[in-house]
Design a protein around this ligand. Structure first.
Ligand SMILES: C[S@@+](CC[C@H](N)C(=O)[O-])C[C@H]1O[C@@H](n2cnc3c(N)ncnc32)[C@H](O)[C@@H]1O
Length: 190
């Protein structure tokens, strides 16, 4: 029998999110896209929890709305049509997890892509909102123009976090191409 497996960087991020998020939590999907990760998070937080999901593309948000409504989870999600660099304007309470899935929306054209400056601004705001024990997952894509530079900046940011307050990792697949997506994980200790 063929095992389902962990998958790539996003699958691995789900493993850590599943371990960390409990029903009733507040969490953020910083790159909602068509809503697959948002739905995953909405199921983890349950009917008493809340997901704030950010994206800058109307089409993606419309698709996410349909997906969440069909799954019966729309009521626990705040879909924010704004860049994640504005997280602090929209989310006031502490959150258990923040998920980033960087790059462009597959099938949605490469015109709208995450960028280092806004990604870094969002990461800093996400860290400030994160509860002790909470995690930030960042799936990084380097196969498009600007992706490698964005990855480098994300790693530099994570590497600069105090080891007394954070654990940070980079996890890449050894039997995939150099440009395969990889995961940066940040765990806040206190
Ligand atoms: C790889 S896709 C995300 C896929 C999504 N998690 C899913 O499950 O379908 C990256 C997304 O980031 C969005 N994006 C680009 N810049 C952004 C920004 N500044 N703030 C929030 N989202 C942004 C794009 O519109 C795109 O939908």
């Amino acid at each position: 029998m063929r095992a389902e497996g962990l998958g790539g960087a996003v699958g691995l991020s789900h493993l850590f999110l599943r371990r960390t998020v409990v029903p009733g939590d507040g969490v953020i999907d910083a790159t909602c896209g068509t809503g697959r990760d948002t739905l995953f998070l909405a199921r983890l937080v349950g009917s008493k929890g809340r997901v704030w999901a950010f994206d800058v593309q109307d089409g993606a948000m419309d698709a996410a709305t349909d997906l969440l409504r069909d799954a019966g989870c729309l009521d626990r999600v705040s879909l924010v049509r704004a860049g994640h660099e504005r997280i602090a304007e929209h989310v006031s309470g502490p959150v258990r997890a923040v998920a980033f899935n960087l790059g462009f929306l597959p099938g949605g054209g490469r015109g709208t892509v995450t960028r280092p400056e806004t990604t870094l601004a969002a990461l800093e705001q996400a860290e400030a909102l994160l509860l002790p024990g909470g995690v930030i997952t960042i799936a990084v894509y380097t196969g498009h123009p600007g992706g490698a530079e964005e990855g480098r900046r994300v790693e530099e940011w994570a590497a600069g976090l105090s080891p007394r307050r954070f654990n940070t990792w980079r996890s890449s697949q050894l039997n995939r191409s150099e440009s395969a997506p990889y995961l940066v994980l940040v765990e806040k200790l206190h």
